[in-house]
Structure formats: C-alpha cells, structure tokens
Design a protein around this ligand. Structure first.
Ligand code: NAI
Ligand code: MG
Length: 352
C-alpha cells in the first residue's frame, strides 16, 4: 500500500482543534481509498517558543524536508505579542515558508451554493463563483533590494527575474489545464516596467498551452471586476503584492474566513493551511469552523500527493454537509438546520 509522510504543525489558538478534525477526515478517506498516511508532528510559532525558546526550531526545518507534504493550522496570539520581532510566532512562519522554497500561493475562492446568502454581495452575482488565485510568493516588492527607510524618504524595489515569472506562470497554466482553461494575468503594465516584462514572459509560456485562453487585466480594474462580476474569472495569475490584496478580496466572496483553504507550493514540499489565523478569541471553546483546514487537506491530496479521487471525496462531503444544513457558528445564520461544534463537523465530514 502507498504510504505518504505528512508533516503536521498544529500551532496555536484554534490550530490544534481544526487540524485534529482534518486528520480525522484524512484518516477516513485514506482507508476508503486504500493508501496510508503517516503523521509527523512538528512545532512552530507560540507553542514552539514555549517549548524550545524559538519560533522555528531547527528540528522543524529539517523535519519538513523529509515529508511529502505539510498540513498546518495557524500560529500566534496575544501571549507572544510583546516579544521582539525575531522571536515572534509570525517570524517562524515566514522563515518556514522561505526554508521550504514555496514560491506559488494557491488561493481558491469558491462560493458554496448553500451559502450564497452568507456573502455581502447579491446571490445572483456570486452563485457559482469558483476562482483560483495563483500568487507569486517569494519575489516582487516584498523582497526586492534595495529597501530603505529614512527620515525624509523611504523606498522599496519591485523586481522580478525571468525565471521567477516563468515558473509561477507554469504553475498557473498547469492548474488552468485541470480547470476551465482560462487565465487572467493581472498586472499594472500601463505604469510599471516590471509588469510589461511580466506580460511578455506570460505570453511566452502561453505558447506551450494552446488550449488555455489567456487574457490580461490591470490590477485596479481586476479589483473592481472581482466585486462587479466575479464569475468571469477562472484562474487569476498575479505577482506578490497584487495577489496579496486580490486574494483577500476574493476570499470574502465566500462569506466566512472559516471556509477557505490555501496551498503554498514550489520546488519541494508544499504547505497546506487555512487562510485564517489562530482565532484566539474563540480558541478552546470547540466552536471553530474546521472546513477551511479540511479543504486544505483536500488540496494537499490533490496537489501534493496526486490523490485526486480522495480530494474529490472530501470536497463532495463538505458540500453534502452544507446541503444538509450543518453549520458551525460562524455561518450559523445561513439556512442552518443544526449548529455544530468543531468536532461534530469533523465527524460528519469523516462519516460521508
Ligand atoms: P484570525 O483569522 O485569527 O481571526 C479573525 C476573526 O475570524 C476572529 O473573530 C476569529 O474568531 C474568526 N475566525 C477565524 N478563523 C475561524 C474559524 N475557523 N472558525 C470560526 N471563526 C474563525 O485573525 P486575527 O484575529 O487577526 O489574528 C489572530 C492571530 O492569528 C494573530 O496572532 C495573528 O498574527 C495570527 N495569524 C496567523 C496566521 C497564520 O498562522 N497563517 C494568519 C493570520 C493571522
Ligand atoms: Mg494577506
């Protein structure tokens, strides 16, 4: 039987609660589909600080490299907020992403039919939305040198190399091939040289994918179009800063932060995590929504392990649970038949 080694980082706050439910679901689906998952638990963030004194222990850095994929909850919380910057939980997470070389951030934004009323937009506008934002994660203005802050001026540098643009474009085109075969590349080519360069390289990569329809859009228009008519998009391909902003905007189409997964992939091992944080305000109460983390586990099966059928089964189980009216508190106002705890939701999905 095929065996995969999964790194598990539960983290802080609601992290352990939601990751436990995802593992419950993974266990059920792996038995049903006939493969084996072996878990290796690792420390990161606040819990790592408490146990080892640092947010990213060497053991974790080495440990993730030996895994086929890493499933992660969330880190951080008020307990560690007053530490110096290099000792804070968030520094641990940024360091881990860097160590793992994950240059592609995949952020799906889909609207479940059962939750069309949970969004702040009209149901007719968002029903059927299914977008994948592919964001470049390790380049662009967030990392460009030089960067300096002075009394009278400050500056950052937006820089992309040919290889950086090419590899993220390849990720987007590969994903588009498995979806509706449409990519909208988002930039600011009317103002930025970096964007003109980006366009040329994306056009070049597109030649290898004749079946995929490529369009380009300026980022300001893209922000507008996401709110006006989000159904026009299939895959959105964009750089680091534009993707940061657009993926957060797109995520709100779905209604709750507790629903959406993400994946960071690249050269080596991929990191799969919900888009939300550690929600210290509800930690330990058993009311967190585990669906974002369960969806992240599904993305892990699909993109890291190529277990597509198992991933489809999880996605289907989530839809079924919502269709039957099961809701956690965060989405409880929308056609709920029953308000579930975190554990109950995990049980329901695992049982399908
Ligand atoms: P957050 O995403 O943790 O929470 C925002 C709001 O959404 C809260 O009211 C929370 O209760 C609710 N919420 C989040 N996830 C939920 C879920 N699964 N079910 C139900 N409700 C949910 O963001 P916030 O409050 O800004 O940050 C809290 C801590 O998390 C901070 O220490 C922050 O640094 C950290 N953080 C960690 C991230 C990560 O580990 N990737 C990402 C974002 C924040
Ligand atoms: Mg963000």
């Amino acid at each position: 039987m095929k065996t995969y080694k999964i790194g598990v980082i539960k983290g802080d706050g609601i992290g352990p609660e939601i990751v436990d439910e995802a593992i419950k679901v993974l266990d059920a689906v792996s038995v049903a589909q006939g493969f084996n998952l072996k878990y290796d638990e690792m420390l990161l963030g606040g819990s790592a600080i408490d146990e080892t004194g640092v947010p990213l222990p060497e053991e974790t850095i080495q440990g993730v490299k030996k895994c086929d994929a890493v499933l992660f909850g969330a880190i951080g919380g008020p307990k560690w907020d007053n530490l110096e910057r290099h000792l804070r939980p968030e520094t641990g997470l940024l360091g881990l992403r860097k160590e793992m070389g994950t240059f592609a951030n995949l952020r799906p934004a889909m609207v479940y039919d059962e939750l069309v009323n949970a969004s702040s937009l009209k149901p007719a506008v968002i029903q059927g939305v299914d977008i994948m934002v592919v964001r470049e994660l390790t380049g662009g203005i967030y990392f460009g040198q030089p960067r300096e802050l002075h009394e009278d001026e400050a500056f950052n540098t937006m820089i992309y190399t040919k290889e950086e643009v090419r590899r993220i474009a390849v990720v987007a085109f590969d994903i588009a091939m498995k979806r509706d075969k449409r990519i909208c590349s988002v930039d600011k080519a009317n103002v930025l040289e970096v964007s003109q360069f980006w366009r040329e390289i994306v056009e070049e990569v597109a030649k290898d994918y004749p079946e995929v329809e490529l369009s380009h859009m300026y980022v300001d228009n893209a922000a507008m179009q996401l709110i006006r008519d989000p159904k026009q998009f299939d895959v959105i391909l964009t750089g680091n800063i534009f993707g940061d902003i657009l993926s957060d905007a797109a995520s709100m189409l779905s209604g709750s932060i507790g629903l959406l997964p993400s994946a960071s992939t690249g050269k080596g091992v991929g990191l799969f995590e919900p888009i939300h944080g550690s929600a210290p305000d509800i930690a330990g109460q058993g009311i967190a929504n585990p669906l974002a983390t369960i969806s992240s586990a599904s993305m892990m099966l699909r993109y890291a392990l190529n277990e597509t059928v198992a991933a489809d089964r999880i996605d289907e189980a989530i839809r079924k649970a919502l269709a039957e009216g099961y809701r956690t508190g965060d989405i409880g106002d929308y056609d709920a038949k029953e308000i579930c705890t975190c554990t109950e939701m995990g049980d329901i999905i695992a049982d399908y």
